[in-house]
Design a protein around this ligand. Sequence first.
Ligand SMILES: [Fe+2]
Length: 206
Amino acid sequence: MNDVTAQVRSPSQATKRAVNLKFSHMGISVRNLSAMEDFYTNVLGFTVTDRGHAGGMNLVFLSRDPLDHHQIVLATGRPDNLPGNTANPQFGPSINQISFKLGTLDDLRHVHAKLLEYGGESIFPANHGIAWSIYAHDPEGNNLEFFVDTDWYIKQPFLIPLDLTQSDEQIYEVTHKMCEESEGYEPYSQWRARIGQEMSPYVERA
Ligand SMILES: [Fe+2]
């Protein structure tokens, strides 16, 4: 780039913002549509908002929020055999994780119980410092995460086992102390305010 080009480009780049967008939903290719629909509705509580056939696929649209027609669409066409993740079999070969945010530790315990009752595999609770999580597989081995944000930021990745049989008070106390002793510790609100300055705004719904 010559000097003239640099002078022309610099002002526009300085003021340019990324296009407004917000992550909305995803689709999962499935082998057994009815088994997957059963899991996402009866275990995770999604509502079927529509279903039908298009593009050679049978489709089931799922949502837990009336503002989103679908948050997940299940679509037939998954091959019988997919290779596993070569680094860690808990995680998916293409989609590493599909993560759901919950409100409280009791919500997390509730999901944990539902997953155990369903007979899910590869269920393990983890403490990330910034979040309390449970990882589990859906019926076709997609890696799901259910998590509750804590009030603290620490540098990621960070993962130790989480004991959900402890009381909320114990979990808060242990996690806060651990975070205070970890790299990058600060209140999550402070971290959010700072990182928010680096992010283009998305469009808020009315
Ligand atoms: Fe995650």
